[in-house]
Every structure is written in C-alpha cells, then in structure tokens.
Ligand binder design. Structure first.
Ligand code: FES
Length: 134
C-alpha cells in the first residue's frame, strides 16, 4: 500500500487559478534589477482589488519572491497553466484579468517572451520552451 496520489484521478484545485506576482526588491544598481523597482507592488495591489471587484473569489492573487525572470519583469505567472506575463500598467492588469481569468484565453500582447527570446510561431513542437502562450 502506498500514500502516493492516484495519477489517474483528477486533482481538485482549491483555487481555479493562482497568480504569483514577483515583488522582490533589490538595490537599484543590481545587475538583474528587480520587479519591485519596476512597480510590481502597486500592480499586485491593483490586481487584488480588481479581482475582488470582479467577483473572482476562486482566483488567488499572491506576492512571490524572485521568479528568476527578473530581466523581463515585472514577472507574473498564472497556474495551473503556467502562463507568464509581464504587465507594466494597470491597463495591462485589466487585460490579464479579462482575457485570461474571466474569458479563459490569453492576453497575448502581454505574454512574457520565451526564455530564448524567440517567438512561439518560430518554434516547432520539439523546440517549445513551455512559456504557456499556446
Ligand atoms: S526580481 Fe522578479 S523575477 Fe526576479
């Protein structure tokens, strides 16, 4: 007998979606920069308020530490899909809330670049970098 989860049985999620917003702060002269220095705390705060106003009670908006995509930040990732975004403004947050969390699609213009910087349309299946954009 094992305590391992049954891989055939779907996992019931506590939240429909979980949004992690990097709010890591580094010194301004740090070589990688940081999401907090690019305004991520205000964007996270705005997203929390708007999600509540929109009735997204099954979506959790959380702060996170560094997500290791500092240069492309402010970094945000939404699970369970694992889709990465780089919102810069409140309007960007509104678009992510509407297109991803309400409509179930993608806010395509705000997707974070593939780690290599290549566009998804340039990659075949073997080269996919699992950015979550497709
Ligand atoms: S500081 Fe935000 S991803 Fe590293």
């Amino acid at each position: 007998m094992t305590d391992a989860p049954d891989k055939q049985k779907p996992v019931e999620l506590f939240f429909r979606a979980h949004v992690f917003c990097c709010t890591n702060q580094r010194p301004d002269d740090h070589s990688r920069g940081s999401c907090a220095s690019k305004g991520s705390l205000k964007l996270r705060d705005y997203m929390k308020v708007r999600a509540k106003e929109l009735g997204l009670s099954d979506v959790r908006i959380n702060s996170s530490g560094c997500l290791d995509r500092c240069e492309d930040g402010p970094a945000m990732v939404i699970y369970p899909e694992g889709v990465w975004y780089s919102p810069k403004t409140r309007e960007d947050i509104d678009e992510i809330l509407q297109k991803h969390l309400l409509d179930g699609g993608r806010a395509r213009t705000l997707l974070m670049a593939q780690p290599s910087g290549r566009d998804c349309s340039e990659l075949n299946d073997d080269e996919c970098e699992n950015c979550g954009g497709c």
